[in-house]
Design a protein around this ligand. Structure first.
Ligand code: QUE
Length: 354
């Protein structure tokens, strides 16, 4: 059905079904996949046979681990930055279309869902989490930042959970992801074939999802959210780091959690950590389109920088996990330079429909 292009489309009864199928790259989204998905979604708007849309993965291990950043880094480092920018332009426009799609749009998400995988699922009207969901916005680890509308979604999560997820790239499981509202329903993965059948039969999506949904187990982080809210409310990156340094001196699960988050933040690109923090500070003042427009400015500027290429090299290509960031320390980041990444307009800004 899906051939070798990484994505397949099928109309089954009342359901338009999109299947991500690029197993060797854990469904990392290529420019081709973005364009094919866009064209199909546009066509299904006027197709009266299609009552609702379902996005799923062909594989258990991953829903989608993000955009095809390896290829973007290659394009950017070999004189083809405009091709890389065209990918992000089209990806963000797809994220935006999904947020305002005129038919019910549900993603069935199990396994890994990172970055760009959230971009094609998280803005839809319904988001179903399976048992083995692993959600993260891990871009700070590769010198990027939590884009695809992360600027919009993450600061709107309860408390300061979004700032925690953005600055650390922490991976959370299904119960936490549902508790935070990233997903609207938990439906056990073994029930998905029946769910698809009912969607194909034309059952109304809202009632159907409620009928299949079950209550998730307690979130792993439940006891830590009060601490997360205290620490990540810090107001500046140095204040958050100082709060974590204070918390790690204690004992028990909170100190252990603080140590883990500190080591994660210190391994990440310092520039990316500051960008992620700035996204959270600004996101509440913009709608999704405004947030995506800011992200397009930032990603464009990062193509002229160092850390994105170094991060992809160290984490995804050589896998030495030893990126040499520039600047290398959080102390060396100039907040004004970070603000300028967001504030400086481009000659060719991302333009999205009203
Ligand atoms: C952060 C990311 C990505 C990531 C790892 C991060 C990302 C991405 C991939 C990825 C993984 C496996 C592949 C591939 C890409 O990893 O966006 O092609 O085979 O796509 O820490 O943002």
């Amino acid at each position: 059905m899906t051939g070798n292009i990484g994505i397949g489309f099928e109309v089954r009864g009342a359901a338009g079904i999109i299947t991500l199928d690029r197993p060797k790259a854990l469904n990392a989204i290529t420019h081709h996949m973005v364009l094919a998905m866009r064209a199909q979604l546009d066509a299904w708007i006027a197709d009266h046979a299609v009552q609702h849309v379902v996005l799923r993965s062909a594989h258990e291990r991953a829903f989608c681990v993000g955009g095809d950043v390896r290829h973007m880094a290659e394009l950017g480092s070999t004189g083809r930055k405009e091709q890389a920018r065209a990918f992000w332009r089209d990806e963000y426009a797809l994220n935006h279309l999904i947020s305002r799609y005129p038919k019910p749009y549900v993603s069935l998400v199990d396994g890994l869902c990172f970055g760009g995988g959230f971009g094609v699922s998280g803005h839809g009207s319904y988001r179903v989490a399976g048992d083995k969901l692993g959600f993260a916005m891990p871009e700070v680890a590769i010198g990027l930042f939590p884009d695809v509308g992360g600027t919009y979604v993450l600061p709107r999560l309860p408390g300061w959970a979004g700032t925690f997820l953005a600055m650390t790239g922490a991976r959370i499981g299904m119960p936490d992801a549902v508790a935070l509202g990233l997903y609207t329903h938990h439906i056990p993965t073994e029930r998905w074939p029946d769910l698809l059948e009912a969607l194909a039969a034309g059952d109304e999506m809202d009632a159907l999802l409620d009928r299949f949904a079950v209550v998730p187990p307690p979130p792993a982080l439940a006891s830590l959210y009060p601490m997360i809210d205290r620490v990540f409310a810090g107001g500046t990156v140095p204040a958050v780091v100082a709060a974590l340094e204070h918390a790690e001196k204690g004992e028990g699960v909170e100190a252990e959690f603080a140590r883990l988050q500190l080591s994660t933040i210190r391994r990440a690109s310092p520039t990316s950590v500051f960008i992620a923090f700035e996204q959270m500070r600004r996101g509440l003042s913009h709608d999704l389109a405004g947030c995506l427009k800011l992200e397009f400015r930032v990603v464009t500027r990062l193509l002229d920088g160092h850390d994105f290429f170094e991060g992809v090299r160290a984490v995804l290509i050589h896998k030495d996990q030893a990126p040499k960031w520039q600047p290398s320390r959080l102390e060396d980041i100039d907040p004004a330079a970070i603000a300028a990444l967001f504030d400086t307009p481009l000659p060719d800004e991302l333009v999205l429909p009203e």
